[in-house]
Design a protein around this ligand. Structure first.
Ligand code: ADP
Length: 270
């Protein structure tokens, strides 16, 4: 316990220092609470698919003579297994991102390539749901960082835009560079997010409508991963949304210093 000796030593310096230590302690308490909540949430999230897998496995044997039921149970077993795999991989991504503020070995990353890949990964889902997924604007942009982490972040935004939009709408992705800031914007014409939920959607496991999110295969971790990925790159995520009209999520990142000259040239060319 290092707090008490510091407290005693600090006392003669006046009340200001004591206040600082008091704040420090409550920050530690807050972090501990966040950690406890996270573990409680993970256990809760895992319980549902694990319970389903056990029940289905038990139900399989008595159904052995009924091929239709066996087939149905098998399909549900793979759905639950896929869900477990998704939750596990999201938890791993998130704890990696939270473990370090700075990326280990940042390299120059083409945002154009990151965005094209993320779009391609979502192409089939978009088509399946009757959504027009397009690259609306694309300036040439480079940042320093980790391509795979950024790809996961952009992928999550596009996957959400598709999941929370009705059939026949459009999801547009844009890349802009302005004054040393690279913006990747994902815009949908979907259900939107109420003002009171707009900060909360970035919290781990928060979902506006848990039943619906579960049906779309969401884990509630997607946007926290996006937020931490942006922050680890010295950036941030912005959200504009109106219920019933749609949402725009924008990842803003510092432009790579080596890229500044060439991007400015292109802008001047129009
Ligand atoms: P999930 O896996 O549930 O999608 P996320 O962390 O990615 O988890 O998102 C958290 C919640 O934010 C979602 O459950 C949903 O309620 C809301 N949300 C995220 N993206 C959108 C969007 N593009 N349009 C409307 N709601 C969204």
């Amino acid at each position: 316990d290092t707090t008490r000796p510091m407290y005693v030593r600090a006392a003669p310096l006046g009340t200001r220092f004591i206040v600082l230590i008091a704040e420090d302690r409550s920050e530690a308490e807050r972090l501990e609470e966040v950690r406890r909540d996270f573990i409680a949430n993970i256990s809760h999230e895992l319980k549902t698919p694990i319970g389903a897998v056990s029940l289905l496995a038990e139900a399989l044997e008595p159904a052995a003579d009924e091929p239709d039921r066996v087939r149905r149970f098998a399909t549900r077993l793979s759905t639950e297994a896929a869900r477990l795999a998704q939750i596990t991989s999201d938890i791993i991504s998130l704890s990696r991102l939270q473990a370090s503020d700075v990326l280990n070995a940042p390299s120059e990353v083409s945002i154009n390539q990151v965005v094209s890949r993320a779009i391609e990964q979502n192409r089939v889902t978009a088509e399946g749901r009757g959504i027009d997924l397009v690259l609306a604007r694309a300036k040439h942009a480079k940042v320093m960082g980790d391509a795979q982490t950024l790809e996961v972040a952009v992928h999550n935004l596009i996957a959400n835009a598709i999941a929370y939009s009705p059939e026949g709408t459009r999801v547009g992705v844009g890349i802009d560079v302005d004054d040393g800031v690279v913006s990747i914007a994902v815009t949908d014409q979907g259900i939107g997010i109420a003002p009171e939920d707009q900060d909360r959607v970035f919290e781990r496991f928060f979902r506006v409508d848990p039943a619906r999110a579960r049906a779309t295969g969401g884990t509630g971790l997607g946007l926290s991963i996006v937020k931490h990925a942006a922050q680890n790159h010295g950036g941030q995520v912005r959200l504009w949304s109106q219920p019933g009209r749609g949402s725009t999520f924008t990842i803003q990142l510092p432009q790579a210093a080596t890229d500044a000259g060439s991007a400015a040239d292109r802008t001047n060319e129009g």
